[in-house]
Design a protein around this ligand. Structure first.
Ligand SMILES: *Cc1c(COP(=O)(O)O)cnc(C)c1O
Length: 457
């Protein structure tokens, strides 16, 4: 089939939706390092994790052998309300750039939560319900994860308690109200409700909070409330497993039209959308069946891959979570206050970290003013108002397409468009008013947090 016949939007039939998630770790020769107990530095066992996490999710987290997990029917039925998501050929963007490159994006913003996070939220809520739990706790930064989880919990009739980073809670009241519409209770973090929150408030009165701090509060609350467990929207391998639906659908749609991407690009916060998008393609690469270039894009103000170290670190500020081996800026790292583009987590998913360490994936960091410029260019021709996080991938997709223009190469570029940016209008406003600045941390600022990494033998 010639490329001309490819439609603007490739929609799969419901019957073509994947029926199993793909666990990339099963095919990796070098497996990601195991989670360790933060106190003993011994390998975390399922029993230890069971006080905080749901049983089936623990099984998925610890499993680096089984390549496929059947998606339970109740989850597939929920997926059908907003999936398969479209794979879009960015004809208008190609035209605007006058590039010979062919650009595709997989759009995950077509649901009320506005991002890919619902793919894992519904799975996590399902397993919590199956286990007979009454509720879950979590943290949210920008609010997309909290929104997705509150939708999923209301669907299955579970309580949902969200600790929202205080500065977001204050800046994004509408996000908060969406969560409350779906029945969640939302607390600004740090709060006086938990011991770790009280401790952080005593040490840093007036702090706007951080993701790492909200995680500590949510974990404490879950472990001390009967019938509750803690769930997380990114970073963990179980989340990447659920997000493989993005890549599997993309691969099915591309195979149908005989399209093979040369470059696959995704933004990287904790790594779940990127890991999910690349999973089946990376699977082919590690099995030696095909080759692709993979590019992780991160903010220059929070550059875990490009300037972090590959080491065991705490996943949260309160140091209550297990240790994970990952590219990290140190759990004490906080992105500069002027950073509004999301993707502000200090660490990275352990599977992606191992792939990057093995040279199977590249990473680049980009400045937020360049990200918003790309967002605007994209919105003006493709119509969709992208989330700032997603716009990191747009930036690099455009840069790669412009390189093709110079060399005349007709490369096929695929990127993940993870969500929409309707709740990020304050950041867009700053950009339009010329008030957005870039802050790139100095080497010294980055290095000082490395001293506090746990000393794992
Ligand atoms: C949360 C989020 C991200 C980053 O999270 P990952 O786990 O790295 O995928 C990216 N885009 C949007 C729209 C998000 O909500």
């Amino acid at each position: 089939m010639s490329q001309k016949e490819i439609p603007y939007k490739i929609y799969l039939e419901e019957s073509e939706m994947p029926t199993a998630w793909y666990n990339l770790r099963a095919d990796m020769k070098n497996k990601p390092a195991p989670l360790l107990n933060a106190a003993t530095h011994e390998r975390m066992t399922a029993e230890e994790l069971a006080g905080v996490f749901c049983e089936e999710l623990i099984r998925q987290e610890l499993d680096d052998q089984n390549p496929y997990y059947e998606i339970p029917k109740a989850i597939r039925d929920f997926y059908k309300m907003y999936r398969p998501s479209p794979l879009v050929r960015a004809y208008c963007l190609e035209e605007k750039l006058q590039t010979p490159a062919k650009i595709y994006y997989k759009f995950e913003g077509n649901n009320t939560s506005g991002s890919h996070k619902l793919n894992s939220a519904i799975a996590q809520a399902y397993y919590a319900k199956q286990q007979g739990l009454t509720g879950v706790t979590t943290e949210t930064g920008a609010g997309q994860w909290g929104t997705a989880l509150s939708m999923a919990c209301s669907y299955f009739g579970l309580d949902c308690k969200v600790y929202m980073v205080k500065c977001s809670y204050e800046q994004k009241p509408f996000r908060r109200e969406v969560m409350r519409t779906y029945g969640a209770s939302v607390t600004p973090s740090p709060s006086m409700e938990t011991a770790v929150g009280r401790k952080i408030l005593a040490e840093h009165p007036g702090t706007g909070g951080s993701l790492g701090c909200a995680i500590s509060e949510a974990v404490e609350k879950a472990s001390q409330t009967e019938g509750y467990r803690y769930v997380l929207g990114s970073v963990l391998n179980q989340v990447m497993l659920h997000q493989s639906i993005i890549g599997l659908e993309t691969k099915t749609a591309m195979d149908k039209y005989g399209i093979k991407p040369d470059v696959i690009i995704g933004c990287a916060g904790g790594g779940s959308n990127l890991g999910g998008l690349i999973a089946p393609f990376m699977g082919e690469k590690v099995r030696g069946e095909a080759d692709y270039r993979f590019i992780a894009v991160e903010p220059a103000s929070c550059p875990s891959f490009t300037r972090g170290v590959y080491a065991y670190d705490y996943c949260d500020t309160g140091m209550v979570c297990p240790l994970s081996k990952m590219y990290t800026l140190g759990s004490g790292f906080m992105p500069a206050a002027n950073h509004s583009g999301g993707l502000r987590y200090h660490g990275m998913n352990s599977t992606l970290s191992q792939l990057y360490a093995d040279g199977l994936m590249e990473a680049v960091s980009v400045k937020q003013t360049d990200v918003f410029a790309a967002a605007e260019d994209f919105a003006r021709v493709e119509g969709i108002l992208p989330a700032p996080e997603s716009s990191h991938a747009i930036r690099v997709a455009i840069d790669e397409a412009m390189k093709c223009k110079e060399t005349g190469e007709e490369k096929t570029i695929l990127f993940g468009l993870t969500g929409t940016g309707y709740f990020d209008m304050l950041a867009y406003e700053k950009f339009h008013d010329g008030k957005m600045t870039d802050y790139i941390p100095t080497d010294e600022e980055i290095r000082k947090n490395f001293d506090k990494l746990p000393k794992v033998q």
